[in-house]
Every structure is written in structure tokens, then in C-alpha cells.
Design a protein around this ligand. Structure first.
Ligand code: SF4
Length: 318
């Protein structure tokens, strides 16, 4: 596939020698939503921040639409930001939106940065408000007078007002109630089609990603342990950690509970010098897990990094 975003062997370290991301590969096409799932500390926010130049890249390569984005600094970074082709939607709109500015100013800011003449900005802002289903009457309000769902839609309008090619949405629905969450996810789904937008949708919640992501990448301690078409990954996970996430989702009957108990069984003694980041929690770890599991592609379009991907499912937990 031709990728709009291509991340290869990405390594990010904040403290020298302690990788937060360790050899991450990601590809996203125009018009596609890649869901990135992982627990707090798995590195998913760092991945998005590295793409927009907010995290230090120790090794690897990032390109967007064929253009180099790896480790941009100074003027090159400012120019890339000004172009507005990549936008980052922060986790918490209440904190990321300046409380003293009106919606009109907030949504218009990326246009000002991109050098769009002041006379054109109002029309572009109102167009963006239309795209996210916000009434023009809200343009004069400040964030404090908006509901949580409206604030998140303002953040979305601000992220798409420059008509980016790539949107990195970091936990965009984690602070919303169920109805607003579904609304924002539906909007993202519509916008990627309407604008042919590539979206990286980051979440710790599988349910939020399940209905909207085309593909999933599962991050654990800085490594992608599994990836593939969302429906297939959820239906038949190849990695024990993905299976644990899927089985932990709300709902499900006795079968699901039994599967969860099996997956949550205590890990046997950790294999000496284990190279698998999940070994300390994995009920299926054995002596063969001592080396770092290489990524394999056992099925078309799917990858997994587990020594026992072919047989753990048929094995009793240790
Ligand atoms: S490589 Fe071993 S320890 Fe790691 S997830 Fe697979 S079975 Fe578990």
C-alpha cells in the first residue's frame, strides 16, 4: 500500500539508553484510520509526539506524504508546522484551548500560523465549524461556556481547519460521556472520508477504536506486539496481550470470563534474560521466550511479535 504516514524502526529515548519506543513501524494510508491501543506508559502518545517533532528521535525514520519528518528542528520544524499538513489533537481540550480566546480565534489560530490572510480566516473557520457540526452562534463563545462535547469538537475543528493530510488524535474521547464519545468518533469517521484524511487514533480503550478503526496497532512497553485489520485482530488476536485486552472489554458471558481467567493466570517464572516485554505478565511464557520475539506476518496484513503465536491459544496457561 502507498502510505501517507510511514514510520520505520522508530526509537525514542528520553533518558539515554531507556527507549520509550523501541523499533516501531507504522504505515497509514490517506483516508484510513489506524487505531493505536496500549496502556498508560506504552508509548502511544510519544509515537504521536515524535511524528509532530515533540519527542526526540534517537533512531529510525518518519515520512509524511514522502517528505522527511525525522528529527525536524528549528526553522525546518517551524516551516513544517506552518504548512499545516500534520495536525495533533491533544488529549484534554480544556487545557489545550486558551480560555481567554473565542472559538473564532481558537479555530483560526492554525490558519494565522499558516499565513492565511485575516480576511479569509473567518469563512474558513465557519466552514470547519460546519464540518464538525457546531452552530456558528458558538463562534463568539469562550471554551469555559461550552460543554465537554462542544469543546472537543472545537479542538477537532481547529485540527482540520488547515485541511491537513494527517491527523494524530490523542485520546480524543476519553473525557467524554458515551453519547458525546460516539458523536466525536462518528465525526472522525466522516471527516477521514470527506477530507481523505489519514488518522492515527490513540486510545487506551479498545471499545472506542473497535467501531471506527480500519486497522489496529497494539503497543506494549514501546513495542508493537500485534497489528492488522481491526475486525480480525479483535476476533482472533495472535498475541496474548491483545487477547487480554479483547477479553477485558465490558460485556461477554461465561466463555469470555473463562478466557479472561486463563489469560490472567500468573506468569510462570520469567524466562531468564527474557527479550519479550510481556513475559512478566504472560501466562504462556516458557524457556523459548528468552530472546526478543521478532515480528512475523503469519496471516495476510497481520503482524505479531510472539514466539508462541502459533500455539499459545491451544496451550493451558502454566
Ligand atoms: S513471546 Fe512468550 S512471553 Fe512473550 S507474549 Fe509470546 S508466549 Fe508470552
Amino acid at each position: 500500500m502507498t502510505a501517507l504516514l510511514e514510520v520505520r524502526s522508530l526509537q525514542v529515548e528520553f533518558d539515554r539508553g531507556t527507549p520509550v519506543l523501541d523499533g516501531v513501524d507504522v504505515r497509514v494510508r490517506a483516508g484510513e484510520i489506524l487505531g493505536v491501543i496500549g496502556e498508560t506508559g506504552s508509548g502511544k502518545t510519544t509515537l504521536a509526539r515524535a511524528v509532530v517533532g515533540l519527542a526526540p528521535v534517537a533512531a529510525g525514520r518518519i515520512t509524511v506524504d514522502g517528505r522527511e519528518r525525522t528529527g525536524l528542528r528549528g526553522r525546518a520544524l517551524r516551516e513544517a508546522r506552518r504548512a499545516g499538513a500534520v495536525q495533533y489533537m491533544f488529549q484534554d481540550p480544556l487545557r489545550s484551548l486558551d480560555p481567554d480566546l473565542t472559538v473564532l480565534r481558537l479555530v483560526g489560530q492554525p490558519l494565522a500560523v499558516a499565513g492565511v490572510p485575516a480576511g479569509e480566516r473567518r469563512g474558513r473557520v465557519l466552514e470547519a465549524l460546519d464540518l464538525v457540526g457546531l452552530d456558528h452562534a458558538l463562534a463568539g463563545r469562550r471554551p469555559g461556556l461550552l460543554s465537554g462535547g462542544q469543546r472537543q469538537r472545537v479542538a477537532l475543528a481547529r485540527a482540520i481547519v488547515t485541511r491537513p493530510r494527517l491527523l494524530l488524535a490523542d485520546e480524543p474521547v476519553s473525557a467524554l460521556d458515551a453519547s458525546n464519545r460516539n458523536h466525536v468518533l462518528r465525526l472522525l469517521d466522516e471527516l477521514r472520508r470527506e477530507l481523505d484524511l489519514a488518522v492515527v487514533l490513540i486510545s487506551h480503550d479498545l471499545e472506542s477504536l473497535a467501531g471506527v478503526a480500519d486497522r489496529l496497532a497494539v503497543l506494549y512497553r514501546g513495542r508493537i506486539v500485534e497489528s492488522g485489520p481491526a475486525a480480525e485482530v479483535l476476533e482472533r488476536p495472535l498475541h496474548p496481550y491483545t487477547a487480554l485486552l479483547a477479553a477485558s472489554a465490558p460485556g461477554g458471558g461465561p466463555e469470555r470470563r473463562a478466557e479472561l481467567a486463563r489469560l490472567r493466570a500468573p506468569a510462570p517464572a520469567r524466562p531468564e534474560s527474557s527479550g519479550c516485554a510481556f513475559a512478566h505478565r504472560c501466562a504462556f511464557a516458557d524457556a523459548g521466550c528468552a530472546g526478543r520475539p521478532a515480528e512475523s506476518d503469519p496471516l495476510p496484513g497481520r503482524t505479531v511479535a510472539c514466539h508462541r503465536s502459533a500455539d499459545w491459544r491451544h496451550t493451558e496457561a502454566s
